[in-house]
Design a protein around this ligand. Structure first.
Ligand code: MEZ
Length: 538
């Protein structure tokens, strides 16, 4: 139930709507953005980070929650694992979801014996949760070069140039590939793709399937994997990587999540595609992420010797649902702003350009609530209005049902009609910008260990633009699949070992680290006794 204060504020939003709809707020200057981010963006809150004491990134800062897991205790005692046997043997072992499926399809194309393991079910992944679209510069007024400039600037000029170059140049082909596989992109009657802006884009290059683009892409990838007969081992988590005596990746120790049995998978190459970390709820933020997003790939890779890049930078999606409580933190797609909804404070004032980049938008909302006192208080939190009825004013009646039906449905379940009522939003933990460092062929610092998707760091720099994540899932997933397959053709693994797990534990002990937790975490716990997520009043 809306409180009296919320209803009063909503009246101010309604009264200002006609004027606000046509208002064109200016964009912030670079200096204004820098000052805003330093003061209000969660990445800049130094007390929330710890320096790693173990491993190749020793001395570098990561969020406390991640540090505890990276320095955590292995789930296995290497002395008790019999590596002389193998429950599964393949050329390319793929661990994880959307990028994993893209990789598996390409490895299968190359004729390699490929297998997917996934700790929940195939498709239970952040790819499935992406809503607004996937970027590709495939219109006459656009080019990969312009796409590059948008993404490089949006990521604070920190992206690895060779990775971003690959991302934008292979984007048009990625869209074509998905289209050919059967993704039902939104198209005009003449068959051309409908594209929109996202935050920080200078051209309309967001291709979408309504506002369930990720679900549509994942549906298609999953169908392709299953139709090809690629084996998929569900409810099976990787809990350590296996190296060979030459230090090359040669498989994984698996945990059957239902029976608790340990299984051994041997492979010539391994692809980590385990996704992000939203379920670690950094700094007490809610998350838009899938239930399984617990940074597992970072832990496995790091313990095996792979390097991390930018593990101190996270993306807080500006518009997580702040009300009603049942959907607290759920994603309200950026497409809502692309279609014309503006961010409005408790007094009915538009306080920023709606399509600034995500980090700037999130920091701006936090400032509006924390410092300026212009947030709208909910029963146990705060938010600002996202004035969705502006969409129909701008695009005409029916736009919301035609373009963002899932948003309409999500709020309608709680009696809120976004065609006529604004909605309350606040930043939600959405994406890990950092992750495992890779070369352009997708390999980590550990030979024969590849990575793709959100587990990778460096493609986007220190902030990612909307729609470039679904794109990297496809481009770098396929890339890893192709290169791992190629490499697997000439690999003869040596003797399998978990010596690196022992060595890591010894290094931790020598550094005086007393591991507090077991890792990888695998699933979040939301019980009263062990709450991973304690809602903070923002
Ligand atoms: O790229 C994303 O994170 C995305 C498309 C999210 C969204 O707002 O819909």
């Amino acid at each position: 139930m809306y409180t009296g204060e919320m209803l009063e504020s909503m009246k101010k939003v309604e009264a200002a709507r006609d004027a606000n709809t046509v208002l064109e707020p200016r964009r912030m200057t670079a200096a204004e953005k820098d000052a805003l981010l330093e003061t209000y963006h969660p990445d800049y809150k130094k007390s929330e980070f710890a320096a790693l004491r173990v491993g190749v990134n020793r001395g570098e800062l990561v969020p406390h929650e991640l540090a505890a897991l990276l320095e955590g205790k292995s789930r296995v005692n290497p002395d008790e694992i019999d590596l002389s046997r193998a429950d599964y043997e393949c050329d390319v072992l793929v661990i994880g979801g959307g990028a994993g499926s893209s990789a598996a399809i390409e490895a299968d194309n190359a004729g390699m014996k490929t297998m997917i393991v996934t700790k929940l079910r195939i498709g239970d992944a952040n790819t499935m949760m992406a809503e607004g679209g996937i970027q590709a510069a495939d219109k006459p007024n656009d080019s990969p070069a312009i796409h590059y400039l948008d993404a490089f600037g949006g990521g604070h000029f920190a992206a690895k140039p060779e990775l971003l170059y690959k991302l934008v140049n292979e984007a048009p082909d990625a869209i074509q590939w998905l289209n050919d596989l059967g993704v039902e992109f939104d198209k005009a009657p003449d068959g051309t793709m409908i594209t929109t802006h996202g935050g920080g884009t200078s051209r309309k290059r967001m291709h979408a399937a309504r506002d369930y683009t990720g679900a549509e892409i994942m549906r298609t990838l999953r169908d392709e994997v299953l139709n090809r007969g690629i084996p998929v081992i569900d409810f099976t988590a990787a809990i350590e990587l296996i190296l060979d005596d030459g230090g090359r990746c040669a498989g994984a120790v698996l945990l059957n999540m239902e029976t608790g049995e340990i299984k051994i998978a041997r492979a010539k190459c391994v692809i980590l595609a385990t996704g992000g970390a939203g379920r670690l709820h950094y700094q007490g933020f809610p998350t838009s992420n899938h239930y399984g997003a617990t940074a597992d790939g970072l832990i496995l890779g790091y313990r095996a010797g792979a390097k991390l890049l930018y593990a101190d930078t996270l993306q807080y999606h500006p518009t997580g649902a702040a009300y009603p409580e049942q959907i607290f933190g759920a994603l309200v797609t950026e497409k809502v702003r692309s279609l014309g909804a503006k961010l409005v404070n408790a007094n009915g004032e538009v306080f920023m350009h709606p399509l600034e980049t995500r980090d700037v938008t999130a920091a701006s909302i936090i400032r509006e609530c924390a410092d300026r006192g212009n947030g709208v208080k909910t029963a146990d939190g705060v938010g600002v209005w996202l004035d969705t009825p502006m969409i129909e004013k701008k695009g005409g009646e029916g736009t919301i049902l035609a373009r963002i039906p899932a948003m309409h449905r999500m709020f309608a379940q709680y009696g809120i009609d976004i065609r006529t009522e604004p909605i309350l939003v606040y930043p939600t933990l959405h994406y890990q910008n950092g992750g495992l460092d890779i070369t352009p062929d997708g390999m980590t610092a550990v030979e024969n260990l590849f990575a793709a998707g959100e587990v990778v760091g460096g493609i986007h720099g220190r902030n990612r633009l909307m729609g470039n994540s679904l794109l990297d899932v496809i481009v770098f997933g396929r890339n890893a699949g192709r290169h791992a397959a190629e490499r697997a053709k000439s690999v003869t693994p040596g003797t399998p070992t978990l010596a690196h797990v022992k060595a890591f534990a010894e290094e931790a002990a020598a550094a005086g680290v007393e591991a507090q937790v077991q890792s990888p975490k695998l699933l979040p716990t939301y019980s009263h006794g062990n709450p991973d997520f304690q809602r903070k009043a923002f």
